[in-house]
Design a protein around this ligand. Structure first.
Ligand code: 6PG
Length: 271
């Protein structure tokens, strides 16, 4: 069971980042009021990081109990642990270190400090995810996880590249074709750095809500193809779906080639 995409268009990159931030705060507060804890899967990239900064700068962020948020990543650049190009380093600076996130609940992909290659880091992340899934199932025997290998992802954020990649799943490459695994090592990514680790599409699509945030005219073609129903091997963003909600949050520039029938006027804009 997955949700058909809905689209929300925002006037600029800044208002888009603010809208993603407002929605994220609301989502985390809502989930925490139901279950006590909430789980978010973060993305790297410009809009992903700008949205986290906007969360930190919003007075409303204090409504979230950050010590009870589990944080995972959709992908990571396989670099040294303190490399400023790592998605986790950028997320810590933009938000996590500013709001007092609990380091034991911030689950980073392994780095070159600890792993010999990207495949080893991918295997380790799959084990971390599975261990958390077991812990959640033991803590609440009534919990039904969408996939026993993965914790419940309440919201999963993705950026989209001009080639329509999501996380580190690039068009036509092995990562987007990977099945029966929750994570994958990527050795030859066209976007630098070449070595990366990523959730697979099947892992991404276990999330309750998948939000794709996209800004800029260089992404308009990718957005148009993805929402016109292209195949996920050629257009990875086309395959990303949440179980309950699939939300495309885009700015005007990225919306230039959008099939008109997909614009949900009731859902725009929230910033
Ligand atoms: O590690 C990464 O590079 C990302 O996770 C990647 O998937 C990113 O989200 C897109 O490439 C969009 O990035 P921009 O928003 O910077 O274009």
């Amino acid at each position: 069971m997955t949700a058909e995409p809905k689209v929300s268009i925002h006037p600029s990159q800044t208002s888009l980042a603010a809208a993603v931030a407002a929605r994220l705060i609301t989502r985390l507060v809502d989930v925490q009021s139901d279950r006590g804890t909430a789980t978010v899967v973060l993305t790297g990239g410009s809009i992903g990081t700008a949205a986290l900064q906007a969360v930190a700068e919003s007075p409303a962020h204090t409504a979230v109990d950050w010590s009870n948020v589990h944080v995972w990543w959709g992908d990571e650049r396989f670099l040294a642990g303190d490399d400023p190009e790592r998605n986790a380093v950028q997320a810590r600076a933009a938000l996590l270190d500013r709001v007092g996130a609990d380091r034991t609940k911030v689950h980073e992909f392994g780095s070159t400090d600890a792993f010999s290659d990207e495949n080893a880091a991918a295997v380790d992340y799959a084990e971390q995810l599975a261990a958390q899934a077991r812990a959640e199932a033991e803590a609440d025997p009534d919990t039904v996880l969408p996939d026993a290998r993965l914790p419940r992802f309440d919201v999963l954020l993705l950026g989209v590249g001009p080639d329509a990649h999501i996380a580190s799943l690039f068009p036509e490459m092995a990562g987007i074709r990977t099945r029966d695994a929750t994570t994958v090592g990527v050795a030859d990514a066209p976007k630098p750095p070449p070595q990366r680790v990523s959730l697979t599409l099947e892992a991404i699509n276990t999330a309750q809500e998948v939000w794709l945030s996209v800004s800029g005219s260089d992404k308009a073609g990718a957005v148009g193809l993805a929402l016109a129903g292209a195949g996920h091997v050629q257009v990875p963003a086309a395959g990303a779906r949440g179980r309950r909600k699939t939300l495309w949050l885009i700015d005007q520039d990225a919306a230039q080639q959008l099939p008109g029938r997909l614009i949900d006027h009731e859902d725009e804009p929230v910033a």
